[in-house]
Design a protein around this ligand. Sequence first.
Ligand code: APR
Length: 251
Amino acid sequence: MEDIKKAAEILINAHHAIAFTGAGISTESGIPDFRGPQGGLWKQYSPELASIDYFLQHPKEFWLFYRMRMSTLFAAKPNRAHHAVAELEKLGIIKAVITQNVDGLHQAAGSRNVIELHGTMRRAVCLACGRTYPMDVVIKKIDSGQIPPLCDECGGILKPDTVLFGEPVKDFDRARELALMSDAVLVIGSSLSVYPAAYVPIFVKEMGGKVIIINMEPTELDYIADVIIQCKAGDAMTLLLKEIKDRLGIQ
Ligand code: APR
């Protein structure tokens, strides 16, 4: 509980705090993470499946793998941790969420200033002409047998608008700018093992800011953390939000 109090203190006193999230914030919504102890995706499948080379060489197999993941993703609802992050933004405690997730659950929980470094699974893009399609339209194409799904306009192959291994991340300049002006970062549910995303908490630390890490197991950047809260994101964020609201005298 001491760590919750210390984290609340840091966030209340910060002038510009941000949240940085990974797959661990969405596991309580039923979406498996990648490297966690409970059936991370890369413990069952090769990360090769999520590379741009694999997509270009085997678009059909790629989409069949993604179709399977899509059902889980589309059934998922934001959990207590997502809602707590959205409320911290409403309270002005955090200014933005930089996420590695592609599930759109932060926006679904009400977060407004969200940077999706690894893109989004909610839409697909035509590699030839750039036209975008909502993912539910693409799923209908796949389920009617059009695999890989093709662009209605030009016949080009559609690709989920997520960042695959071997592709540049999205909005990294904006994320770096936000991190460099922040004096605190609340990291939730990430192994902090993938770059350049994992630079975000490092930038905050380098500028003299404070790093709070909420994760169920040790991360690769625990050595730069000012506070480490090793428990489930839903529990930690519920306690943290309550501690902050109690200190602010808010119900
Ligand atoms: N509460 C707290 N921590 C959790 C929970 C939970 N309910 N569930 C899982 N975790 C922890 C896991 O123990 C793990 O350390 O969250 C972390 C998730 O780490 P990863 O699976 O590596 O996910 P992430 O850090 O987001 O991966 C980064 O890698 O494959 C790419 O593009 C993919 O965006 C992803 C990137």
